[in-house]
Write a protein that binds this ligand. Structure first.
Ligand code: PLZ
Length: 460
């Protein structure tokens, strides 16, 4: 935990040194300066004078390189990455195949606008999404750049198709930061406060939160459906938009049966069932898509994050007849389906298959869950352990009352950050520590990270 070696040469900013690439980084946690080190502190000072403070930063250090299971900062400190840039670098940061694909494509063309001069890469990504997404029905896909944009487009498509306006969303939901998706997101701070008015025709209903509601999936679905029926009315509902595992809201895995019941209800009433797989999708949960855990076949599915391997790419894939309701030219965007991002995505999906990454996600999940259970045996402040595959979390509470304990989460996370482990918090009450390692991480790094976390819990 203490600085052990000093491998970083030079102390000024911008001096020449060997370029580190993600693929060749030593796979170790190594602190060679105090955290943050002098270069990160200098960059922070510059950032404070030039970057909008609203941007914020979870980590006190600036990134230099990342790959495998580590992130190197500008002072030469090597952190274990349990965040993957919020579930993005799922196949590994700067994955060699992704880097090669992007470099090759960049040398051909970087942009034409898919809506002006189309290119094959866009088609290939859509073909792949159509083939790999759940269900054998006729499907189409659309590419955009960000998750929020994908959600916005799913809503546009659902409204055009149903000629209805209402959109049902859930407590603890996160769908983005644009105006429509802010309205769909549950949490006020930091996402919504002061940014209204929000888009209309968004209806928030309770979902399934087994740790806190003690309902079976069927009971939770019945409650949700009763609310929608009474307070919105099926004939007014264009879409139900739901995350298979609520991400920012606290890694809440709905009780078994909840999502299938919701899907059946949507189908019965001609409501478009939209599964937001932006955080859970692309091998993260031990299946290519989280929908597969319960055999769901959403009408529309949104994907982003892990899909582009770090390049901005998002998509909507789903039933052809729903897509066909939208007039030509009705969907798009200047950068939508950028060729570099498409090249990256094809490399990502190949890596998932070639490297057995869904299996690796499941194995990581077992290791992480095991370490969390061991922690819980001696620490009753760990109220709940939940997740699927490499998407795991602990919810921290006051053991006597079950009240959320955000201070404990902040303290453990700060300890981890100071000691070379990147972890992220989440949850409506910011009392959940989530674990989202890249699937390229080694077991040894995971164990080392959990030794640090155990120490953090012991001291907090
Ligand atoms: N839907 C399920 O998880 C993005 C947000 C981080 P964008 N989650 C990380 C932050 O602080 O903004 C997300 C998600 C789900 C939609 C989105 C939105 O994706 O690519 O961030 O727009």
């Amino acid at each position: 935990m203490l600085p052990t070696e000093h491998t970083h040469k030079g102390d000024g900013m911008g001096d020449q040194e060997e370029t580190k690439t993600g693929g060749t980084l030593p796979q170790e946690r190594r602190l060679v300066t105090e955290i943050p080190g002098p270069r990160s502190r200098a960059m922070r000072a510059r950032a404070d004078a030039a970057v909008a403070a609203a941007v914020g930063a979870t980590m006190p250090v600036f990134a230099e390189a990342a790959g495998g299971g580590v992130l190197l900062d500008v002072d030469g400190n090597s952190f274990i990455d349990l965040g993957s840039g919020i579930a993005v670098t799922t196949v590994g940061n700067a994955h060699p195949a992704v880097v090669a694909a992007v470099q090759a494509q960049a040398a051909k063309f970087t942009h034409t606008a898919a809506g002006i001069t189309p290119y094959e890469l866009y088609v290939r990504v859509c073909e792949t999404l159509v083939r790999l997404s759940p269900g054998r029905h006729d499907k189409r896909a659309l590419l955009v750049s960000t998750g929020a944009e994908a959600v916005e487009n799913a809503v546009k498509i659902a409204r055009a198709h149903t000629r209805r306006q209402g959109v049902a969303v859930f407590e603890h939901a996160f769908h983005g930061r644009t105006n429509l998706t802010m309205a769909m997101t549950a949490k006020a701070m930091p996402y919504k406060s002061g940014f209204g008015p929000f888009a209309p025709e968004i209806y928030r209903v309770p979902g399934s939160y087994p740790y806190r509601d003690n309902l079976t999936g069927e009971q939770a679905a019945a409650r949700t459906i009763a609310r929608l029926h009474a307070e919105v009315g099926e004939s007014n509902l264009a879409a139900i938009v739901v995350e298979p595992i609520q991400g920012e809201g606290g890694f809440i895995v709905p009780a078994p049966g909840f999502l299938p019941a919701l899907q059946a209800y949507a189908r019965q009433h001609g409501i478009v069932f939209v599964l937001d797989e932006i955080q859970a999708g692309v091998a993260r949960t031990g299946r290519l898509f989280a929908a597969e855990h319960e055999g769901l076949e959403p009408d529309l599915m949104t994907v982003a994050k892990g899909l582009g391997g770090g390049l901005p790419l998002a998509g909507v894939v789903g039933r052809a007849e729903i897509f066909e309701s939208v007039h030509s030219g009705g969907l798009g965007g200047t950068y939508a389906g950028n060729p570099l991002s498409c090249a990256a995505a094809l490399a990502v999906l190949e890596a998932v298959e070639n490297e057995g990454l869904t299996e690796r996600a499941a194995a990581i999940g077992a290791l992480v869950e095991g370490r969390c259970r061991r922690l819980q045996e001696t620490d009753p402040r760990i109220g709940d352990i939940r997740g699927r595959g490499a998407m795991q979390a602990v919810e921290l509470v006051d053991p006597a009352t079950g009240a959320p304990d955000p201070a404990l989460a902040a303290s453990v996370a700060a300890y981890a950050h100071r000691n070379g482990v990147i972890v992220l918090l989440c949850g409506t009450w910011s009392n959940v520590i989530r674990f989202l390692p890249p699937l390229s991480i080694s077991d040894a790094l995971l164990h080392d990270a959990f030794d640090v976390l155990a120490e953090g819990f012991a001291r907090a």
